[in-house]
Unconditional design. Structure first.
Length: 280
């Protein structure tokens, strides 16, 4: 039996992970802005589900509820940092508030969560951190600049601290799903379109969203299978640095990495020309 802390536990992948953990006999500390999405689980598993409402962008409140969770359970084996949202629009279409909210929720809040749990994981002799990112943490597309910025920034932070915390027995994995059949698309922040972008790739994105509504509501990736893969990876040693989930994620990330390597090699002579000549 294990004990997990899950943020964004009330919907989508977070809800699926929480439910599967409880069905398997685990204990869960579940965080969500509102708890309506897991009321049924709270009633069924009130002995093993410790749920608290919290706005994780409120750093003081987040630290407080993390302290409460460790006090309630003692040791927590796995931290699943999953809360996040998306924003769509050209960089100059997005409002200042939308930019702030995207960075606050997708990057700053996970960083502060990790900072809050690390002292506890060190004290207990180790543990596992699983951070939800996205295939958009390694690829980009027009209209997603701030979403990608938040995820690329988060991945840079997480990859950096892997080496910092490994000596304490703490393993970290970044989860990079493709499009999963959840309500994520219904919660997108969509910028007001500018006429100047109507005939650009961003304009095409706006028209697709308007025509299709919740783009992830019909995605071919199964949230239950995604949840199972996330739970299973917690038992992999050593912890994989990244885990892509879904055929779309695999194909897009492979293409992006291959393209970057090819471009690096294409300009190798210019790159190396900036070194001092040998002997100088």
């Amino acid at each position: 039996m294990s004990t997990w802390l899950v943020t964004g536990a009330t919907s989508g992948i977070g809800r699926a992970v929480t439910e599967q953990l409880l069905e398997g006999g685990a204990k869960v500390a579940a965080f969500g802005r509102h708890l309506d999405g897991i009321k049924d689980l709270m009633e069924q598993h009130d002995d093993r589900l410790w749920a608290r409402p919290v706005d994780i962008t409120d750093t003081a409140a987040l630290r407080d509820v993390v302290e409460q969770a460790f006090e309630a359970f003692g040791n927590i084996d796995v931290i699943f940092s999953n809360a996040g949202s998306g924003a769509v629009g050209a960089a100059e279409e997005l409002s200042d508030d939308a930019i702030h909210q995207q960075i606050a929720l997708n990057m700053v809040a996970p960083i502060q969560l990790i900072r809050a749990v690390l002292p506890h994981l060190r004290k207990q002799g180790g543990g596992r951190l699983i951070q939800t990112s996205t295939m958009g943490g390694q690829i980009t597309s027009p209209g997603g600049s701030m979403y990608h910025a938040s995820k690329w920034g988060l991945e840079g932070f997480v990859e950096s601290i892997i080496g910092e915390v490994a000596p304490f027995g703490i393993g970290i994995t970044m989860i990079e799903p493709g499009s999963v059949r959840t309500q994520f698309g219904a919660a997108l922040t969509i910028a007001e379109p500018m006429a100047e972008y109507a005939n650009t790739p961003v304009g095409s994105v706006h028209r697709a969203i308007k025509a299709m509504g919740n783009l992830t509501g019909t995605a071919p990736r199964d949230p239950e299978r995604v949840a199972k893969a996330i739970i299973d990876v917690a038992d992999h040693y050593p912890a994989p640095r990244r885990l892509a989930l879904g055929s779309d994620a695999y194909e897009a990330i492979q293409q992006a990495l291959t393209g970057r390597l090819a471009e690096l090699e294409e300009h190798k002579s210019i790159t190396l020309s900036t070194d001092f000549p040998e002997g100088e």
